[in-house]
Design a protein around this ligand. Structure first.
Ligand SMILES: [Mg+2]
Length: 259
């Protein structure tokens, strides 16, 4: 019996980097309370609020329902939960990188991307950045955070550019792990600080067994940022897009409601 539905975000609940669509928001609203809902992604807390929480509020999710939403930020190296009494989010834990680690990773990625001709600083929008310190990980986004979705999809559809950057960065800064995610991103972190870390803490914090979680992700192939969850032996549904996820969630709600 599943107690927790856990989700990758980009391309699992949304079109990468955009707020979740109405249909997903309504399905998650209806599932909150029936299941604990636990998105886990490399993104920052602020992005979880914009992409998920604000959209849930738009479709009438109550503060009491939000107490069943668990935000595993930066691959679950940070965990936030909602308190209806305080009407606010509280950080339960945080495992940040040191300044030295951030500097090493940032320097190595920039050098590799420049060498390979993939440093697209001239394509950035004002105020945007290619490498972002997300506290527990450093994230490279080739065209920045604010680039249009189409441009992002077109940049590296076969992951070849990012694979080349990763190969070089591993020579420059071998002490870290690098994962390809989203459409233009590479996440760098201390070994073990991937979704396994987040999932292991999720099991502990929500007091559930592996068999009680169902996970949804679009990058479940070896090397993808959802693969570590598969390797842990957690039941996983591989989706191509949020439309696949919506289809599966409608089925889960239908079965639940007919019990
Ligand atoms: Mg994804």
């Amino acid at each position: 019996m599943k107690k927790v539905l856990s989700f990758d975000i980009d391309q699992t609940l949304n079109i990468a980097k955009t707020p979740i669509p109405d249909e997903i928001a309504e399905l998650l609203r209806d599932l909150l309370g029936k299941y604990e809902i636990a998105p886990i992604s490399g993104q920052k807390f602020e992005q979880f609020l914009i992409q998920i929480v604000d959209r849930l509020k738009d479709v009438g999710t109550t503060p009491e329902q939000l107490e069943h939403l668990h935000l595993f930020v930066a691959q679950g190296t940070q965990y936030y939960r909602f308190s209806a009494a305080k009407n606010d989010w509280e950080q339960v834990y945080n495992f940040p990188l040191t300044d030295k680690q951030v500097a090493e990773i940032t320097g190595a990625i920039e050098k590799a991307a420049i060498e390979l001709g993939y440093w697209e600083a001239d394509k950035l929008q004002p105020g945007d950045e290619i490498i972002e310190n997300r506290l527990s990980q450093v994230t490279f986004s080739a065209l920045g955070q604010k680039a249009g979705t189409e441009a992002k999809y077109a940049w590296d559809p076969d992951c070849k550019k990012r694979e080349a950057i990763v190969a070089r960065v591993k020579e420059l800064a071998p002490d870290y792990e690098y994962e390809i995610g989203g459409t233009t991103s590479i996440n760098a972190f201390v070994p073990g600080m991937n979704k396994v870390f987040g999932m292991t803490h999720l099991l502990e914090e929500l007091n559930v067994k592996k068999s009680e979680i169902l996970y949804f992700g679009d990058m479940t192939q070896p090397g993808g940022n959802d693969y570590p969850v598969v390797q842990m032996g957690i039941d996983t549904i591989t989706v191509r897009s949020h439309e696949d996820t919506a289809y599966a969630l409608r089925g889960i709600l239908g079965v639940y409601d007919n019990k």
